[in-house]
Design a protein around this ligand. Sequence first.
Ligand code: GLN
Length: 454
Amino acid sequence: VDGPTSGPNPDGVHAFLHVDHDGALARARQIDADRAAGADLGPLAGVPIGVKDVLTTRGLPTTAGSRMLEGWVPPYDATVVRELHAAGLVVLGKTNMDEFAMGSTTEHSAFGETRNPWDPTRIPGGSGGGSAAALAAFEAPLTVGSDTGGSIRQPAAVTGTVGVKPTYGAVSRYGLIALASSLDQAGPCARTVMDTALLHAVIAGHDPYDSTSLPSAVPDVVGAARLGASGDLTGVRVGAVKELSGEGYEPGVVARFEEALEQFRAAGAEVVELSLPNIVHALAAYYLILPSEASSNLAKFDGMRYGLRVVPEGEGVTAETVMRATRAAGFGDEAKRRIILGTYALSAGYYDAYYGSAQKVRTLVQRDFDAAFGQVDVLVSPTAPTVAYKLGEKLDDPLAMYAGDVATIPANLAGIPGMSLPAGLSEGLPVGLQILAPQQADDRLYRVGAALET
Ligand code: GLN
């Protein structure tokens, strides 16, 4: 863990916002001492890990990539972080992200972008670009991310790493700074399917502190990864989602996807093409539901409770003027755009037309998945329509950036688990394959993913 304790890393990737040099070293020494004393440690004890800066860490800065929280040191650990400590993992520090997890490139971080280790002129994906780039740059073997509309899976795709969004409610949201509460889900990121499974097993499980936490047992994801590593998928039915490939997807991405389908067939799986007709409306529904929930969640950043407080000069300072000045200075452009959009969509007279309609579309998307999973065990698609594009390319064109989320968003709307894993290269850059499974069947992702990896 040599290097600066904050700021860009020497290699220029800038995966970390904060490195806990002393804390990590002390923790690693403690694990060593425990091991020497004969303690019964789990399989990941002593393994270093990066944590997306959206999860609260006691005693370590937590900014969610925003000026609004600059300098805030939470007094408590997120449940996920508590579980990492309990399993003996060594938290290296906090990874960079788009402000409040809004974005697909990490360029919306208030503290500078992260670069893709494959090509430093390109995006590492987002919002969790830091967590993915840390893996691809071999700065950490494991990281934790959060996925509201693809922020674990799309960065994994463009950095050639593995990322899983578990079933909604499988991993606690306690201490995960909320973007859109009905979509948010923390999950594991690593360089291999098995490493991802081992981390998944550590962070998943019921948490009484999260009212949407699932009460049921976590599926055996490690056993499933082991089973899949045999390379045999006999009897497994794989559905290729018709609407999530072809037009709008780069030819190199489609080519790698079709090769993956061939690989599934060669492994003994039955591969069919399935249509999920309402999935084409998922993107539009998401970009109404997300800003609506975000505008409500971000209302708490008012200059009174946490982080930044800007007191305007002059006479007549009121709570209202402090709030206005703080929010004007503290939020970046993308956060402001979504707060305005969400506030509008939720306002009286528009609520039914926008938010209400989006919720109906959400139900239709869920029904499409229910019907599809009546016919197949998993669904597959490319994770993203393109490989990593150039930094700056879509920064001034929000709609073009949103369009890149077309394949990842449906899983969040439906609450189902999804994995992205490497499917080869296109013009020297990584392409991701996405695997989707029914709610609480996260183990299927690992079986099928591990088989593709062999
Ligand atoms: N690109 C998505 C967005 O901007 C990702 C959000 C997320 O998963 N946190 O909303």
